[in-house]
Ligand binder design. Structure first.
Ligand SMILES: Nc1ncnc2c1ncn2[C@@H]1O[C@H](COP(=O)(O)OP(=O)(O)O)[C@@H](O)[C@H]1O
Ligand SMILES: [Mg+2]
Length: 321
């Protein structure tokens, strides 16, 4: 979608030049870091425009910036990173710079580091008694026997820093496990083997500032066991979404998600959980969760965007800041 990064994101009915009614001057301007060409961004530009309309009523102007704008980051009051984050690209540098400038920032650098590694996440969850699927760390092919005995087949094998389901595969028997593990161990010193827990959906609970923000089901892609199906060619298949209000969401799902997110920090997280008759299991905590208008906000509606704005405002208005 065409986006001129110099453009403000004016609310509908405005003059399109960022003009505001003089009666409600913006107290703050927040930057959203976006890549207009990203195929699967965490928020579409249209969703950020929607947020801008709501934020404007709260005295906040939202302005998109891109990776070229690091030098002018300090001109803004806060930063919301809405590109897919990585600790090895500019998104991490933006997060660091914002923090150094004392700006409230989502995602903050520490959350990015903590969420990026599934080995660390798994151990952090286990240490804090957050339920996770039975897991065996694989440091070499000699660990495979233990994984097979402990977890049975099929099991799920993961590369620690994968995302979008790319480094998460199912192994049906020992031969498959050995072949895949041998291949992946060439690039990664550690792998994760996990008991396969099939469900028809993943719970995705958004948590902001240690409080639940939204809950949805991400449904599995057609005839697949994951919510994204990367095929040999063409666009990946994605499953749909089912809407819930937080009130309708089982309390133990919400509570487990909140507990998991609080282990990471007080920013914005998307917690993935599997609900089974044996209880709920946290699959992962994502920094940089998807947040789109008409999707993740379909249960809690505008409250999602209002609270997002408030999260930043509370930090900006803190006494002694
Ligand atoms: N132990 C498991 N059992 C069944 N499905 C799993 C398991 N672990 C992950 N998955 C599924 O695989 C997909 C990706 O897994 P995840 O660990 O979240 O990695 P990614 O970071 O790539 O999203 C999700 O759809 C998730 O439900
Ligand atoms: Mg995931």
């Amino acid at each position: 979608m065409g986006l001129d990064p110099q453009d403000r994101l004016p609310a509908a009915g405005q003059d399109g030049r960022g003009g505001r009614s003089p009666l409600t001057p913006a107290r703050y301007t927040f930057a959203t870091l976006v890549d207009p060409h990203e195929e699967l961004p965490p928020s579409e530009i249209s969703s950020l425009r929607y947020w801008a309309k709501i934020a404007e009523k709260m005295g906040v102007e939202i302005e998109p910036i891109t990776r070229k704008d690091l030098a002018k980051l300090a001109n803004y009051d806060a930063l919301f990173i809405r590109e897919t984050t990585s600790i090895s690209n500019h998104t991490y540098r933006f997060a660091r710079r914002a923090q150094q400038e004392g700006m409230p920032v989502i995602d903050d650098p520490l959350s990015m580091i903590r969420c990026t590694n599934k080995v660390y996440l798994n151990e952090l969850m286990a240490y804090n008694k957050v339920p996770v699927p039975p897991t065996v760390m694989i440091a070499g092919t000699s660990d495979l026997e233990l994984a097979a005995q402990t977890l049975g087949f099929p099991l799920v094998l993961k590369i620690p820093d994968s995302s979008f389901s790319r480094g998460v595969k199912k192994c049906g028997n020992f031969e498959e496990l050995k072949t895949l593990a041998t291949e992946w161990l060439e690039d990664s010193d550690l792998l994760i083997a996990q008991k396969f827990i099939p469900t028809e959906y993943d719970w995705r609970v958004g948590v902001l500032g240690g409080q639940p923000l939204f809950a949805v089901h991400y449904l599995m892609a057609k005839k697949h066991w994951q919510i994204v199906n990367h095929k040999a060619s063409g666009k990946p298949d994605q499953g749909g979404i089912k809407t819930f209000t937080l009130k309708e969401t089982p309390p133990h799902v919400v509570d487990t998600a909140v507990k998991a997110a609080r282990c990471i920090g007080d920013g914005l997280y998307g917690v993935d959980l599997k609900e089974t008759k044996d209880g709920v299991f946290v699959i992962e905590v994502n920094d940089n969760p998807n947040l789109d208008h008409g999707w993740e906000d379909s249960g809690e509606k505008d409250e999602v965007w209002v609270r997002l704005t408030q999260w930043f405002l509370e930090r900006l208005d803190r006494p002694g800041r």
